[in-house]
Design a protein around this ligand. Sequence first.
Ligand SMILES: O=P(O)(O)OC[C@@H](O)[C@@H](O)c1c[nH]c2ccccc12
Length: 268
Amino acid sequence: MSGLPDTPDILRRIIASKVERVQERRRQISASQLESQLADAPPVRGFRAALEARIAVGQAGVIAEIKKASPSKGVLREDFDPAAIARSYARGGAACLSVLTEADFFAGADAHLEQARTACHCPVIRKDFIFDDYQVLEARVLGADCVLLIVAALDDAQLSALYQRARSLGMDVLVEVHDGAELDRALRLGGDLIGINNRDLRSFETTLETTARLAPSVPEGVRLVTESGIHTRDDVATMRARGIDAFLVGEAFMRAESPGDRLAELFD
Ligand SMILES: O=P(O)(O)OC[C@@H](O)[C@@H](O)c1c[nH]c2ccccc12
């Protein structure tokens, strides 16, 4: 785990539980065994490319999230069928999917990613708390097209090693930041897909001001994704008026009876 002094407590707790799970997993399947499964992994679907394709024709690029629960909101959806949700999202116009695989705080599972991936053609990001090379390898074997790296949870050496590893496996990387210092670190890394998390992990409050404030510091050529707290057509319009074209949305869709219909309503 990272020795960064200002990592939010919730991140520390999630990663501490994750460390145990990764150890356990490694006892079942070694890294070299996983390596040998790479050849059978489904081919990479371009994650960033799918976003860019939508944006190029004037649409928003939407990453639609599949998560059963979250630490701040508890269970979001009782009737939880990742394949059905994935199909609904694809019909509703999602460019990409985000699937939580973290079990203890988000009620996620690796199987959710596999189910969502095989149910539609959308590229998928493995949404998890990655600190170990093993998890990057595992993501690709599961069929992930992109991984999330959270700057607040990693030091520069870890960030760079995990980033290079993911890229060398052909995956895109969504590098997540929440403030200016983290954004600087993400840009130094050379990340070309940066997520600005509107949720403050200390208070769990979301404000789109976070994206509005940081966006001007994101250079051309870097795709910015606004993450968390997008609930209304007004939220979408506010962001698009500021030139933000890529969105990661979870709760607003998960609470809707038809997640895909809700997506189409928010982004038509
Ligand atoms: O449900 P929301 O508010 O629409 O947020 C989605 C997504 O941004 C959020 O789930 C998220 C952002 N960064 C994360 C890192 C890990 C787990 C989850 C997240």
